[in-house]
Design a protein around this ligand. Structure first.
Ligand SMILES: Cc1ncc(C[n+]2csc(CCOP(=O)(O)OP(=O)(O)O)c2C)c(N)n1
Ligand code: SF4
Ligand SMILES: [Mg+2]
Length: 297
C-alpha cells in the first residue's frame, strides 16, 4: 500500500478550471486525482461519455493530459497500440484508459482482450452506475432496484462486479477505489504505475444529477457507500487485501445504517423495507466473498 500525504501532492492542475462538468462531478474529482498521482506520464484514452464533454470541444481542452477520444468499444485496443508504439519508439508514457461503466459494458470485448494479453496500460472505470451522458440509462453496474430512465420501477438485475471479474481475468493489478477517499485512489494509481502489465481500478463515482442528491454531497455519498459496506475497498497486487478504510466494516455492527445511504438518493426513494433487507443480505454476501478472497490470494 502506498501512503499519500496531502502536503506532498503536486499543485499542478491536469483538469483545468472552467471545465464543463456538473457541480460535484465525481469524474472531475477522479481526473484531478489522476493528475496529482501520475501527471505528465499519462496519455489518456477516452471513449464517449460525460468525460468527453468535460474534456471540451474542438480547439480547446480542459485537460493538460494528451488525450485520444476514441469510439466507444475500442479504448483498451487503442491503448494497446499506444503502448506498443511507446515501446518501439523508446518513449516514456503510460496509456491510461479512462472510461465510464457504459464504456466498460460496450467495450468489454476489448477490455477482456487487453487483459488476457496483459497489455501495458492502466484502465480506470469511473462507475457512476448508469449511462449518464445520454440521459441516465441502466448499465451492467447500475445498483439493483435503482431507478433510471430505462428502469423506471427499479433495475431488475444485480450490479455486475467488474473488479472481481477483472481479478478472475488474471489482471496484474486490480483495485477498487472511491471518490470519497482520494488519497487512497492516488496511492492505488501510484502502486499500479510501479507494476508492469494490465492494471485495473474500479472507481466508485456517485453522480448528483444521475442519482438524485445535492451536488455538495458527492464525497459524503461516496463515503457513506463505504461506511454502510455497500462499496468495499480492496487491492490485489499479487496479494489480496481489504483496504484500511473498509476494514472496520467487515464487522457488520460497525457499519453505518444502509438506509442512511439509500434514503438520500432519489433513485432509491421507492424502496420498500423488504427491498432494503434484501440489499443488506446481498451486501453481507459480498463481504463473505471478499473476506474469503483474503484467505485465497
Ligand atoms: C457505439 C456507440 N453507442 C452509443 C453511443 C452513445 N453514447 C455516448 S456516451 C454514452 C453513455 C456513456 O455512459 P458511461 O460510459 O457510463 O459514461 P458516463 O456518461 O456515465 O460518464 C452513450 C450510450 C456512442 N457514442 N457510441
Ligand atoms: S452527469 Fe454526473 S458524471 Fe456526468 S458530468 Fe454531471 S455529475 Fe459528472
Ligand atoms: Mg456511467
Amino acid at each position: 500500500m502506498v501512503v499519500v500525504k496531502i502536503k506532498d501532492l503536486p499543485k499542478e492542475k491536469f483538469l483545468l478550471p472552467g471545465n464543463t462538468s456538473c457541480q460535484g462531478c465525481p469524474h472531475a474529482l477522479g481526473l484531478k486525482s489522476l493528475g496529482m498521482a501520475l501527471g505528465d506520464d499519462v496519455v489518456l484514452v477516452v471513449p464517449a461519455g460525460c468525460t468527453t464533454i468535460i474534456a471540451g470541444s474542438k480547439d480547446k481542452s480542459s485537460f493538460k493530459f494528451p488525450c485520444l477520444h476514441v469510439p466507444f468499444a475500442s479504448a483498451p485496443a487503442v491503448a494497446t497500440g499506444l503502448g506498443s508504439a511507446f515501446r518501439r519508439l523508446g518513449k516514456k508514457g503510460i496509456p491510461v484508459v479512462w472510461m465510464g461503466d457504459g464504456g466498460s459494458d460496450i467495450g468489454f470485448a476489448t477490455l477482456s482482450g487487453a487483459c488476457v494479453r496483459k497489455d501495458d496500460m492502466i484502465v480506470i472505470v469511473s462507475d457512476n452506475e448508469a449511462y449518464m451522458n445520454t440521459g441516465i440509462q441502466t448499465s451492467g453496474t447500475t445498483f439493483w432496484k435503482a431507478r433510471t430512465t430505462t428502469s423506471p420501477t427499479g433495475k431488475r438485475e444485480e450490479k455486475k462486479d467488474l473488479a472481481l471479474i477483472m481479478l478472475m481475468h488474471k489482471a496484474d493489478y486490480v483495485a477498487t477505489a472511491s471518490v470519497g477517499y482520494l488519497q487512497d485512489f492516488i496511492g492505488k494509481l501510484r502502486k499500479a504505475s510501479e507494476i508492469d502489465g494490465f492494471r485495473f481500478i474500479h472507481l466508485h463515482s456517485p453522480c448528483p444529477p444521475g442519482w438524485g442528491f445535492d451536488s455538495s454531497e458527492t464525497v459524503e455519498m461516496a463515503r457513506l457507500a463505504v461506511k454502510c459496506g455497500a462499496w468495499i475497498l480492496w487491492e490485489f497486487d499479487g496479494k489480496f487485501r481489504i483496504s484500511p478504510m473498509s476494514k472496520p466494516y467487515a464487522d457488520k455492527s460497525k457499519r453505518a445504517p444502509l438506509t442512511e445511504y439509500l434514503k438520500k438518493q432519489r433513485r432509491f426513494r421507492h424502496l420498500s423495507d423488504e427491498d432494503i433487507a434484501e440489499i443488506e443480505r446481498r451486501i453481507d454476501e459480498q463481504w463473505r466473498v471478499v473476506l474469503a478472497l483474503e484467505d485465497v490470494f
